[in-house]
Design a binder for this molecule. Structure first.
Ligand SMILES: [Zn+2]
Length: 217
């Protein structure tokens, strides 16, 4: 997802960068910048931490709304918020040096986000070759699925950024939509029902809250 630099200075994260990191930040064919393996990485390696500012749900909701509004205007801003428990979230875009925020989503990831207390780490789930892009599944639920198109390019890409556990449900929804379109084509312009349905869906979608990265496993 795209990032947006703000003029306000960000709080520094306290941790020092490792002198010999597993990863490098570079341009990605999936989206904008990505994170790549600086060397071969074995399966089960803790590659980097997803740093962030611990914020309340209320503040998280406010920031998400603000950033999604900005995204609709500029197409630039994005939300980088992790759900860490029922009271707090982690805002990955409000601290410096959070390289992990550049990791792209994939339907066939080679990493996963692992939560330990209030901290989140990115770990490999398979061995990764030097130069490969590091990817994990963002774990989004179905709330805003059609606002997050997936361009991961994997053979089994489901087309949208959605947690694998919702894929079956998502495919049913997509098929139902396609059927509705086919039906409206068959019926020509006589019926207004499909148009109404679309308007209703758009309204509903606009009313929904901004997309927030859901709880990691
Ligand atoms: Zn995909």
């Amino acid at each position: 997802m795209p990032s947006k630099k703000t003029a306000t200075s960000k709080p520094k994260n306290n941790s020092k960068k490792p002198s010999d990191p597993w990863h490098v930040v570079s341009g990605s064919s999936i989206h904008n910048r990505g994170i790549f393996a600086a060397k071969d990485i074995p399966k089960g390696t803790r590659v980097l931490e997803y740093y962030g500012e611990k914020i309340t749900k209320k503040e998280s909701h406010r920031r998400a709304q603000e950033r999604m509004a900005r995204a609709r205007e500029t197409g630039e801003a994005a939300v980088y918020i992790f759900d860490i428990n029922s009271r707090y979230d982690l805002d990955g875009s409000s601290v410096e040096n959070n390289d992990a925020m550049f990791i792209n989503h994939s339907c066939e990831p080679n990493c996963e986000a692992v939560q330990e207390g209030n901290r989140i780490f990115i770990e490999t789930v398979k061995s990764v070759k030097q130069g490969d892009e590091l990817l994990y599944n963002y774990g989004f639920d179905l709330d805003h699925w059609d606002e997050h198109e997936c361009r991961c390019g994997s053979a089994n890409c489901v087309g949208f950024i959605v947690d694998r556990k919702y894929w079956r449900k998502l495919l049913k929804i997509i098929e139902a939509r396609a059927e509705k379109v086919r039906e409206s084509k068959r019926n020509g312009s006589k019926k207004s029902a499909p148009v109404k349905a679309t308007k209703k869906a758009a309204k509903k979608s606009a009313k929904k809250a901004a997309g927030v990265r859901k709880k990691v496993k």
